[in-house]
Design a protein around this ligand. Structure first.
Ligand SMILES: [Zn+2]
Ligand SMILES: [Zn+2]
Length: 71
C-alpha cells in the first residue's frame, strides 16, 4: 500500500508504514504521527480526558496536537 498523502498531494508513490487510526488512510514514515487515544472523563466539575493504553497512529489530517512525528 502507498501513502495517501504522497499520492494525492505530491503525486509520488511512497510505501506506507501505517494506517491512520481515525480515517484508515495509509501513511508513509514522513506523514505518520504517533500519539495516544483519549477517552472523555465525565466527572462532576472538571471535564477531562484520560489517555488510553497503547499508541495510535495518525495521518496528517487526523493527528491531534499532542501527536509526535515519527521523523
Ligand atoms: Zn507520505
Ligand atoms: Zn486520518
Amino acid at each position: 500500500m502507498n501513502c495517501l498523502e504522497c499520492a494525492t498531494r505530491f503525486q509520488r508513490e511512497t510505501t506506507a508504514v501505517s494506517t491512520c487510526s481515525q480515517c484508515g488512510a495509509a501513511s508513509c514514515v514522513e506523514h505518520t504521527s504517533v500519539g495516544k487515544a483519549t477517552v472523555a472523563e465525565h466527572s462532576p466539575g472538571i471535564p477531562s480526558s484520560l489517555p488510553l493504553p497503547g499508541r495510535r497512529l495518525f495521518c496528517p489530517v487526523c493527528a491531534p496536537e499532542n501527536a509526535e512525528s515519527l521523523r
